[in-house]
Design a protein around this ligand. Structure first.
Ligand code: NAD
Length: 474
């Protein structure tokens, strides 16, 4: 179940040095992975570069067929994949199964989308010329992914890359490598040829340095923190690579007096507490219009208090552990800071220290103010600060006052008000009366320091393509 080797050029490889992987719900070691470095990173690029010569020449239909076989195998193994994910990452089995299905939706979407990589013909200025544009795969792609969505962050990159005709070197998060390795094994079983998908496990910096500096890697696609995204942005300049960055977020959620309150409460809970608050699009700051603040706060707090915290493998669990101790410490520090600055805890507020595992109670704080850490620093945990407003433009200004610009949520039934707020928000993704906007067919990505480029949708394949203009003289 927990593969302890990495995949390079169709070979499953070990290294002398290994890294342990733990279950965040029990703090027990569940296995270990090879601690690969520069040598393995280089071998992976060699393999991907060689495989590119043939993979890029196959038809889109042919590649799509192999992707659909991979899709099928993932579907057949959904329970096993979900269990691996819950054991290494902590999210509930229910959410893990949901993530596998979501991950697979990228594969089926891009298996089809690869067939629609259209070129152009352009009217020439001379009767003796014909002008054409064709798109072709960019080359070897390096992908670096985080732990919070151990499968979806991989397929959102690999599916368009492979559909476009690129080959991939992947470094999954060292916290959640087993889901990645099993996905790669299923890709192999599906008949995706050796060298097309290579997975290198180990410490990030030495692996990534090789990929940044190797001119054969033509694209770097990263999902993770803004801090590491900035390192990679400067590293990619060395060989002027194409770069996609899906980085941090600090999503505001605005509820006006014209909202459908039941819907706002239900969707706010979903959007705040999905994956224990550890998603880049999680609601982190709740702005409620003063006249409905009490009603919202009471109903929201009651629902949050019902959420069951526990080991994700237990089917009754809603919220699993956070990924590690420093994640718990960060949320605790935000809670303490908020209380010290006048915030009032309505439910939760404590880390569960009398048991093993990195658990913290789902927490609601009212009277939040913009000088609190939780109002300007990405939370990545189950903490919901509530603040109020009387002027909607003031709420928009405060919502936009962030270096991040990934997702934002708006609840109002008034169409004019909705358009006004949506157009003013400086965010790449807006959930308008919707706490779960992510979908394979829609563009995912952020403004400002939340990143560059879009994943998913017809736009998500473009970054894996080069445009070639051909001027034909007759
Ligand atoms: P992280 O940046 O610490 O790690 C992400 C990946 O980068 C991991 O594989 C890690 O090993 C690697 N890495 C770490 N240091 C590196 C270095 N110096 N050079 C190259 N690679 C390095 O992020 P994380 O803690 O795994 O994930 C949480 C972050 O990811 C949050 O900020 C979250 O908002 C963001 N995220 C964004 C999206 C999105 O789509 N925008 C989705 C999920 C997560």
């Amino acid at each position: 179940m927990f593969l302890n080797k990495m995949l390079i050029n169709g070979e499953w490889i070990s290294t002398e040095k290994t890294m342990d992987v733990t279950n965040p719900a029990t703090e027990e070691k569940i296995g270990s992975i090879p601690n690969g470095g520069a040598k393995e990173a280089q071998m992976a690029v060699d393999a991907a570069s060689e495989a590119f010569t043939t993979w890029s020449k196959r038809t889109a239909e042919d590649r799509g067929r192999l992707l659909m076989k991979w899709f099928q195998l993932i579907e057949e193994n959904i329970d096993e994949l979900a269990e691996i994910m819950t054991t290494e990452q902590g999210k509930s089995l229910k959410e893990a199964r949901g993530e596998i299905a979501y991950s697979n939706s990228f594969i089926s979407w891009f298996a089809e989308e690869g067939k629609r990589i259209y070129g152009e013909t352009i009217p020439a200025s001379s009767p003796n010329k014909r002008l054409f544009v064709q798109k072709q795969p960019i080359g070897v792609v390096a992908a670096i992914t985080p732990w919070n969505f151990p499968a979806a962050m991989i397929t959102r990159k690999l599916a368009p890359a492979l559909a476009a005709g690129c080959t991939v070197v992947l470094k999954p998060s060292e916290e959640t490598p087993f889901t990645a390795l099993r996905l790669a094994q299923l890709a192999e079983e599906a008949g995706i040829p050796k060298g097309v998908v290579n997975v290198v496990t180990g410490e990030a910096a030495p692996i990534s340095e090789v990929w940044q500096n190797d001119g054969r890697v033509r694209k770097l696609t990263f999902t993770g923190s803004t801090r590491v995204g900035k390192i990679l942005m400067s590293g990619a300049s060395e060989t002027v690579k194409k770069l996609s960055l899906e980085l941090g977020g600090h999503a505001p959620l605005i509820i006006t007096k014209r909202a459908d309150m039941e819907k706002a409460v239900e969707q706010a809970v979903a959007s705040k507490f999905r994956n224990g608050g550890q998603t880049c699009v999680c609601t982190n700051r709740i702005f409620v219009e003063e006249s409905v603040a009490e009603e919202f706060t009471t109903k929201f707090t009651a629902k949050v208090a019902e959420l069951r915290v526990g080991n994700g493998l237990d089917e009754s669990t809603d919220i699993g552990p956070l990924i590690n101790k420093s994640a718990v410490d960060k949320v605790k520090a935000q809670i303490e800071d908020a209380v010290q600055k006048g915030g009032e805890i309505l439910t939760g507020g404590h880390a569960l220290t009398d048991q093993k595992g990195f658990f913290i109670e789902p927490t609601v704080i009212k009277n939040a103010t913009d000088d609190m850490l939780c109002m300007y620093e990405e939370t990545f945990g189950p903490l919901a600060p509530i603040t109020t407003f009387t002027d909607v433009d003031d709420a928009i200004r405060r919502a936009n006052n962030s270096p991040y610009g990934l997702a934002a949520y708006v609840f109002t039934e008034d169409i004019k008000e909705a358009i006004h707020i949506v157009e003013a928000l400086e965010y790449g993704i807006i959930g308008l009366n919707d706490g779960g906007p992510s979908a394979a067919q829609a563009p995912f990505g952020g403004f400002k320091e939340s990143g560059l480029g879009r994943e998913g949708s017809r736009h998500g394949i473009e970054d894996f393509l080069e445009m070639k203009y051909i001027s034909l003289g007759l």
